[in-house]
Design a protein around this ligand. Structure first.
Ligand code: CP
Length: 315
């Protein structure tokens, strides 16, 4: 694997998953692997988990990391070719990608969806442009349409809490006052193709994810029916994909409450965080021992470590 831009870039999902679980048992096992290497981390958007877990993963491999908040510290980037750069964009991606390739051995990038232009978001202009013009491996720390490090961490968490039977796992839309991207939902759905489970997505009318990604997955528009008997309930908010970037409802009927969790098979609750309490999920569900959200965030370290290790070993 040269780049980790999407989950499908992994050479072998199950091997990487096993590697991540192994690394958790002995985080310093490969502490000399990245000696003398530097990871650049470029943030176009805020982060708590991704930033700190990826840095910790790099440290544990002996990799030095350098961070830049591109949105407010770097020159505004121009991505169009052949344009006369008379506006606010002072630096072209060709030079920026070329320059960072001189300073780092790998570069990890976070660049969210604009949610104003579906075509541009789906073109993944930031990640793909760095990939095109940089000469070093690129790692996705959440792009417009994908969050593969989160999905890999979620696979670790699901594996650690495996049920004796084939589990029922439900990804459910949840309310949110802001329009949020589809990246986590997309990558979780793709990741679930590698897990032996009954997988269901629940979302209200108008909130279906990209049908190309959910092809073959059972989709319910009745949340209660969907989570009935579930072993895992993964809540996530996203804006409408069809009416791109829009919020279509503001009620709290899809918030995860203790009453909803009573419909499940004593399900574990999952969310990638950050989460808005008593908007997405009730306090008592988050504070219940069945909530895995902190364990999910811990597993971000080992997901990142497994990915960085694979890239270091390949090149
Ligand atoms: N889940 C996740 O990616 O968290 P951050 O946005 O804090 O990195």
């Amino acid at each position: 694997m040269k780049n980790f831009i999407k989950l499908e870039d992994l050479t072998n999902f199950n091997e990487t998953l096993s590697q991540a679980i192994d690394l958790k048992k002995n985080i310093t096992k490969y502490s000399a692997l990245g000696k003398g290497k530097t990871l650049g981390m470029l943030f176009f958007n805020p982060s708590l988990r991704t930033r700190l877990s990826t840095q910790k993963a790099a440290n544990s491999l002996g990799v030095h990391s350098m961070i830049m908040n591109f949105s407010n510290e770097a020159w505004a980037l121009e991505f169009e070719n052949g344009t006369r750069m008379t506006g606010i964009r002072s630096e072209h991606i060709k030079e920026a990608a070329g320059v960072v390739s001189q300073y780092f051995d790998m570069v990890a990038i976070r660049a969210f969806a604009s949610l104003t232009n579906k075509e541009k978001d789906e073109a993944e202009i930031v990640l793909n442009s760095f990939s095109k013009y940089a000469t070093i491996p690129i790692i996705n720390m959440e792009s417009a349409t994908a969050h593969p490090l989160q999905a890999l961490a979620d696979a670790i968490t699901l594996t650690e809490h495996r049920t004796p039977h084939r589990p029922k796992i439900v990804l459910t839309w949840a309310p949110h006052p802001k329009a949020l991207p589809h990246a986590v939902g997309n990558s979780f759905t793709k990741m679930m193709k590698n897990i032996d489970a009954e997988f269901i997505i629940a979302n209200p009318e108008g909130y279906a994810l990209n049908p190309e990604i959910t092809k073959g997955v059972k989709i319910y528009t009745n949340q209660d029916k969907a989570i009935e008997g579930a072993d895992f309930v993964y809540a996530k908010s996203w804006c409408s994909y069809e009416q791109y970037g829009q919020i279509l409802r503001t009620d709290d009927k899809w918030m995860i409450t203790p009453k909803k969790m009573k419909l499940t098979n004593n399900a574990k609750f999952m969310h990638c965080l950050p989460v808005r309490r008593n908007v997405v999920v009730a306090d008592s569900v988050l504070d219940n021992p069945n909530s895995l959200v902190i364990k999910q965030s811990e597993n971000r370290i080992y997901a990142a470590q497994a990915v960085l290790k694979e890239i270091l070993e390949n090149g």
